[in-house]
Design a binder for this molecule. Structure first.
Ligand SMILES: [Zn+2]
Ligand SMILES: [Zn+2]
Length: 177
């Protein structure tokens, strides 16, 4: 997994702009988690301003744009999904003693006292947040026929005409006393 730790020792009071365009930040993670995500036509790109909030906290304000390809939940076709989001993320240095069970900290302090921020984890989360839970190539996607597996968006199927028609099942279950 591509780590992307940004040292925060010389961020000026008004903050500093960074831009991130290394696709590995996102792609390494979706490969590692084995997600049905693929590179889109437009590379992902993040721009973020990092502003210190006192000694041990930081505010990251930015945008993430580009595109990815997702697999449709109904027909499995890959389709282009535009990413265009703004985010605000507040990160605080955690007290390590009381933070045993929490997720991996995004902010950590090196032995020499330099604070650093895991932008890789943060940028990954911002992408995940905009992905649909049920990706659809189209709101009206008809999906695959459960009977014959044909893509009903592009093909006709004849399943409806045989005995498996659910509308006829009503009659099959009728009991004649
Ligand atoms: Zn579809
Ligand atoms: Zn069918």
């Amino acid at each position: 997994m591509t780590e992307l730790w940004v040292a925060l020792n010389d961020i000026p009071a008004e903050g500093r702009e960074f831009s991130f365009a290394d696709q590995a930040v996102w792609q390494d993670r979706w490969k590692e988690f084995d997600l049905a995500l693929h590179p889109g036509a437009e590379d992902l790109c993040a721009k973020a301003a990092i502003m210190m909030q006192g000694e041990n906290a930081v505010l990251v304000r930015g945008t993430l744009s580009g595109s990815v390809k997702l697999a449709c939940d109904r027909c499995a076709t890959l389709f282009e999904f535009e990413v265009n989001t703004q985010f605000d993320s507040y990160e605080e240095l955690n007290d390590e003693q009381k933070d045993q069970e929490a997720e991996a900290p995004r902010l950590r302090k090196r032995k020499d006292g330099t604070l650093e921020l895991d932008m890789g984890a943060l940028l990954w989360e911002e992408l995940v947040l905009v992905l649909p839970v049920k990706p659809l190539c189209d709101e009206v996607c008809k999906g695959l026929c459960p009977g014959c597996g044909r893509d009903l968006n592009t093909e006709e199927c004849t399943c409806d005409q045989d005995d498996s028609d659910p509308r006829l099942a009503v009659f099959r279950n009728l009991k004649i006393k």
